[in-house]
Design a protein around this ligand. Structure first.
Ligand SMILES: NC(=O)c1ccc[n+]([C@@H]2O[C@H](COP(=O)([O-])OP(=O)(O)OC[C@H]3O[C@@H](n4cnc5c(N)ncnc54)[C@H](OP(=O)(O)O)[C@@H]3O)[C@@H](O)[C@H]2O)c1
Length: 296
């Protein structure tokens, strides 16, 4: 079956994907994206030129794009920007939303400029859709960093600004510090086990200000697949036959709020296909409550 999204004809082998406005970006992204952080050991080995299972990782990302995922997350820290460049090279760039992150040691204006140029080169792209501050730095004036990021937008190097691992106060400060542009996204640890952002005001603030929330560890770094949790997930499976734990956990995040875009790790083609297969499922309030009640 051929489906059209963002004016691109793609092979859509599986089910319909949910696309939603990615905050104020003007871009419609798939509610399920692809993350490309593997692990610290993998990153360490890349410094010695060892990119374990590189071809499988590229294949996993390509499979995601072919089947409708258009949101891909990376970071200069992950050393996966070149892998993404390889994976996206045969796709129309304008139809993809590529998010990367700048490391906190590169937040001073001049370092920032160098970091973005490095990322552009590694990603082999003229622009980055979303440039995120990976972690805050106590050593750099946040306002100066954000001002420089606004200039990067004006220069056409990046299209949107995001932050990650920021407190509510820092998110508010960032949004207020921007004058020409608005904060587009916040990336934080958010999954069925870890729902702090629902209680500390971050989710509420983001919703009110049209800021996207990108939950990282959406699968609890794989923990949701443990059989212990079947007792909860089996209740959902009475309604949705055969849906695996991982997919319930992803649907849970994107069902609760429409400013949420989950980015499960994409390193394995079968898992990527599985994540797409169930990507159009929106849980109802009763099903959400079952997952809300999980004890861990
Ligand atoms: N901003 C930050 O500070 C920050 C921090 C951490 C992560 N992130 C971002 O968030 C993304 C996701 O985080 P994460 O990769 O650490 O954790 P995650 O997505 O919660 O979990 C990854 C684990 O889940 C497995 N998995 C993926 N799809 C599955 C499926 N359908 N069924 C069963 N298992 C499945 C993966 O195995 P396979 O690899 O075998 O598929 C891997 O073991 C990262 O890739 C990165 O882009 C951001």
């Amino acid at each position: 079956m051929i489906a059209t999204y963002n004016n691109l004809n793609i092979k859509c082998v599986l089910l319909d994907m949910i696309y939603r406005n990615f905050g104020n970006s003007g871009f419609k992204c798939s509610a399920i994206g692809m993350g490309t952080y593997y692990d610290m050991r993998w990153i360490f080995k890349t410094y010695f030129g060892i990119y374990s299972n590189r071809d499988e990782k590229i294949e996993a990302i390509k499979t995601g794009i072919e089947n409708g995922i258009n949101l891909i997350d990376t970071a200069e820290l992950y050393n996966t920007e070149k892998i993404i460049a390889e994976a996206i090279k045969d796709f129309k760039r304008d139809n993809l939303f590529i998010a990367t992150k700048v490391f906190p040691t590169h937040l001073a204006p001049r370092s920032l400029e160098k970091a973005v140029n490095r990322s552009l080169k590694k990603l082999n792209t003229k622009y980055i859709d979303l440039y995120q501050i990976h972690f805050p730095s106590p050593f750099v004036d946040l306002k100066k960093t954000l001002k420089r990021m606004e200039k990067l937008i004006d220069d056409g190097k990046i299209n949107n600004i995001g932050v990650s691992n920021f407190s509510l106060k820092m998110i508010k400060d960032s949004n207020n510090a921007l004058s020409k542009h608005k904060l587009t996204s916040v990336q934080l640890d958010y999954n069925i086990f870890h729902k702090n952002i629902e209680k500390n005001g971050i989710l509420e603030y983001c919703k009110k200000n049209n800021i996207v929330v990108m939950p990282y560890f959406p699968l609890g770094h794989g923990k949701v697949t443990k059989s212990y949790y079947n007792q909860y997930f089996d209740q959902i499976r009475r309604d949705i036959k055969g849906i695996p734990n991982a997919n319930i956990a992803l649907s849970y995040l994107i069902s609760k709020n429409d400013n949420v875009f989950a980015i499960p790790r994409a390193s394995n083609k079968e898992h990527v296909l599985q994540n797409i297969k169930y990507s159009d499922i929106i849980l109802n309030d009763r099903q959400i409550k079952i997952i809300d009640d999980i004890k861990y």
